[in-house]
Write a protein that binds this ligand. Structure first.
Ligand SMILES: Nc1ncnc2c1ncn2[C@@H]1O[C@H](COP(=O)(O)OP(=O)(O)OP(=O)(O)O)[C@@H](O)[C@H]1O
Ligand SMILES: [Mg+2]
Length: 247
């Protein structure tokens, strides 16, 4: 029996004008797998993430989520997008909504959940990320680490099939990084399919099934973390790890 991949990218190409940012991307992520994407600045990691829920259109190739081709636009796209949660470096919370409202807004508006149900679910998610006591505050009243945990809870409130993380801890003060990584590690253990762009090598070693290394718009290596960190094959990966690990 062959399992349908949760994310499937085949022959994906993307340009920004003359710049060829994604080159023949072929990537399959099985249900429950955690893939960490590494690579130098400008290698196309964020663009890769953004194409997966069509925040960026692609020039050619195919992207499927759970066996369904990403629709071009309209209601079908909105529905598929709801299956793909995304957490960014900047938390992008709604500044004028409370923490609980941030988490219940989309389920009420998009999933047509009734308010009481959305609030019960929202509170359960806030419990899960450890900030239920902050429910009535506004985002600016929370620390960066707390805000990022709200952003994760907000994405989970849509019951996504896949979670994409684009450098979720890189805007945080060092002492707040672990509280966010801990939530992500738990999510990974619970079987969420995750694609995570991060420079946190500890997280990659602990939680990832695979490391995908990108350079210049290409996937250059795709290997289990142990293998990638101890025995990178390409010169570009060796060079990258040399720079990162000596920091
Ligand atoms: N909207 C855009 N218009 C034009 N060029 C873009 C756009 N977004 C990204 N680029 C360019 O595409 C390339 C890949 O960018 P991307 O943000 O995907 O890289 P990245 O690997 O995420 O880098 P970083 O580690 O710095 O976040 C870069 O050269 C970038 O300048
Ligand atoms: Mg980026």
């Amino acid at each position: 029996m062959t399992d349908t991949p949760m994310i499937r990218m085949a022959s994906v190409e993307k340009h920004f004008g003359d710049l060829h940012v994604l080159r023949n991307i072929n990537l399959e992520v099985a249900p429950g797998q955690v893939v960490v994407v590494l690579g130098p600045s400008g290698s196309g990691k964020s663009t890769l993430c953004r194409t997966i829920n069509r925040l960026e259109p692609i020039d050619s190739g195919t992207i499927e989520i759970d066996g369904k081709v990403l629709p071009e636009e309209g209601k079908a796209l909105a529905a598929l997008r709801a299956d793909v949660g995304m957490v960014f470096q900047s938390f992008n919370l709604f500044a004028h909504k409370t923490i609980l409202e941030n988490v219940t807004l989309a389920p009420i508006k998009v999933r047509k959940m009734n308010k009481a149900e959305a609030e019960a679910k929202g509170m359960a998610l806030l419990e899960r990320v450890g900030i239920a006591d902050q429910r009535d505050k506004y985002p600016a009243q929370l620390s960066g680490g707390q805000q990022q945990r709200v952003a994760i809870a907000r994405a989970l409130a849509m019951n996504p099939k896949v979670m994409l993380f684009d450098e979720p801890t890189s805007a945080l003060d060092p002492e707040m990084v672990n509280e966010v990584l801990d939530v992500m590690t738990t999510l990974a253990k619970e079987g969420m399919t995750m694609l995570v762009v991060t420079h946190e090598m500890g997280f990659a070693r602990r939680a990832a099934d695979r490391v995908v290394f990108m350079a210049n718009g290409e996937i250059v290596e795709d290997a289990p973390p142990d293998e990638f960190f101890t025995n990178p094959k390409s010169a570009r990966a060796k060079d990258f790890l040399g720079k990162i690990l000596t920091h």
